[in-house]
Design a protein around this ligand. Structure first.
Ligand SMILES: Cc1cc2nc3c(=O)[nH]c(=O)nc-3n(C[C@H](O)[C@H](O)[C@H](O)COP(=O)(O)OP(=O)(O)OC[C@H]3O[C@@H](n4cnc5c(N)ncnc54)[C@H](O)[C@@H]3O)c2cc1C
Length: 468
């Protein structure tokens, strides 16, 4: 029962981290190499020889790759790793797979756990205000930084979470992108915090801060974080200026870390844990609270929790996710040639240009065939561009991916907002596509545009260019 969170969009896109280095001017670079997204896949990829071995690059080689690096740098260490450019889409694909394969499974977007009464859990539809109740056998509380708040509504006064917020800036900065040479750069800032510069498609992601916070709803990238991140990047590339207008978006999320008395947020454990609160007299169901966790470990964590939950319910496991491909990774062609043939096939079946099919395949994997068929079957208007998307593509996402608000589509189903692609005209156009798909009235459409523009401005520092 996820309550889609419109304030904390996005997550750190890196997987793996580097250890502290002896000098602030040793760097660790990571090259995106494979769509794999969990340690098990990463290890399998390494063991099978799919990934090159890590290596140290001397000063000359390092500067050949990154000529404008701080001259104090001594060298760099390089390793290859998994990279997930669209974590929100991974989340949707996991939900989509569960709905498609598990009889009786339901996913309710914008439903918040509001309380408990007489053995039932009360859910509020956040968009309409209507209330529902369910009688669970078990509750798995996966509400991240909100876990304790959710537990309180169930009558459990836990203190599991000590969240830290992390902010990122998205830069439209071709010169900096070029200097990264296709690698992510990890480096240690003056204060010991590990920061990162990551090529994110044609943008650069600059992150991240690690600041304790008690209120996940209030977390935004503050002005001092904006300055901190820019000055951290300046230490790496002193001659490259990052001007405010090159920051096309900012976002902030709260890590659901375990409560800790540690003085430095960087030393708080990043491991995950499942806290089990047994059933009690007024609450006939146990509650599992999932503390910590990352994209890199979500599958392993889910398997562990599922096993515990099945044991409590007295049921046995019927399927394993160990080897299960996710969403558009299903039947994914293993070689460049096989991918090219699959794209040719989509183009010839739908009549869409090959270039369009290549884009769709890069974004959606093997689900691209369905999107292409949807676009091809919807008439010429569906092929019109909206920024770097197609109208028919946005229509598909609106109809098939649990979009409720316009910001769901521009922030979490697509990269439209965070890559700084939107202006007033393209936001209006996107809104009209969603309105047609979801049957919005003119009034609702206007309200959605106003809501999204305000959210983009206040939460993400995105000021939409006016229409010409
Ligand atoms: C700054 C930052 C950097 C990160 N870096 C990495 C990284 O490099 N690699 C990596 O693998 N992972 C990284 N992560 C972790 C990853 O993005 C996830 O945040 C983490 O896995 C936690 O996910 P979650 O689903 O438990 O919580 P969340 O993603 O926070 O989801 C919790 C959901 O619960 C909803 N909710 C809250 N209250 C209620 C309620 N009462 N009823 C119903 N729903 C409710 C919220 O709206 C939200 O949608 C990072 C996270 C942050 C914030």
């Amino acid at each position: 029962m996820p309550r889609e969170n419109s304030s904390a969009s996005g997550a750190d896109l890196t997987v793996g981290a580097c250890g502290r280095s002896a000098s602030a001017w040793h760097f660790t670079t990571a090259s995106p190499a494979t769509p794999a997204c969990c340690p098990r896949l990463r290890h399998a990829a390494r063991d099978s020889g799919m990934l090159p071995a890590p290596r140290i690059r001397g000063r000359a080689e390092t500067f050949a790759r990154h000529p404008k690096l701080n001259p104090a740098a001594l060298g760099s260490a390089c390793y290859f790793d998994a990279w997930n450019p669209a974590p929100e889409r991974l989340c949707l694909e996991v939900i989509g797979d569960a709905l498609a394969t598990s009889h009786g499974c339901r996913a309710l977007n914008y439903r918040a756990v509001e309380g408990a009464d007489d053995g039932q859990v009360i859910l509020r539809d956040v968009t309409t205000g209507s209330m529902h109740s369910v009688s669970p056998s078990i509750v798995i509380n996966a509400t991240g930084a909100w876990i304790d708040r959710t537990n309180h509504t169930l009558g459990i006064h836990s203190q599991f979470i000590g969240g830290t917020r992390g902010s990122h800036l998205v830069l439209d900065h071709p010169a900096l992108l070029e200097q990264l040479g296709g690698s992510e750069l990890f480096y240690e800032n003056d204060d010991g915090r590990i920061c990162l510069l990551l090529p994110w498609c044609d943008r650069v992601l600059l992150g991240t801060t690690d600041i304790r916070t008690d209120d996940p709803d209030a977390a935004v990238c503050e002005a001092d974080e904006f300055d901190y991140l820019r000055s951290a990047a300046r230490q790496v590339f002193p001659s490259i200026e990052i001007r405010p207008e090159q920051v096309v978006a900012r976002f902030c999320g709260v890590r659901p870390l375990p409560r800790s008395n540690s003085g430095s947020p960087g030393t708080i454990s990043r491991d995950h844990a499942c806290h089990e609160t047994p059933a009690s007299a007024g609450r006939p169901y146990p509650v599992f609270s999932l503390v910590g966790g990352k994209w890199t470990t979500f599958r392993a964590f889910s398997e562990q929790v599922a096993d515990r939950a099945l044991a409590v319910l007295g049921k046995s496991r019927r399927a394993s996710s160990t080897e299960l491909p996710i969403g558009g990774g299903r039947d994914f062609p293993p070689t460049d040639d096989a991918r090219a043939r699959r794209i040719d096939d989509i183009a010839s079946r739908t009549g869409l240009p090959r270039e369009t099919c290549t884009h769709l395949f890069a974004r959606y994997g093997t689900t691209a065939g369905r999107l292409a068929a949807h676009i091809a079957g919807a008439g010429p208007a569906a092929r019109e561009p909206v920024a770097d998307y197609l109208a028919g593509e946005l229509d598909y996402l609106a109809r098939h991916e649990a979009v409720v608000h316009l910001d769901d589509l521009v922030l979490r189903r697509s990269h439209l907002a965070l890559f700084g692609r939107l202006d007033e005209a393209s936001l209006q156009k996107t809104a009209s596509i969603v309105a047609a798909a979801l049957g919005w009235s003119e009034e609702t459409q206007e309200a959605e545009v106003a809501r999204t523009a305000a959210l983009l401005r206040e939460r993400h520092g995105i000021h939409l260019r006016p229409r010409n």
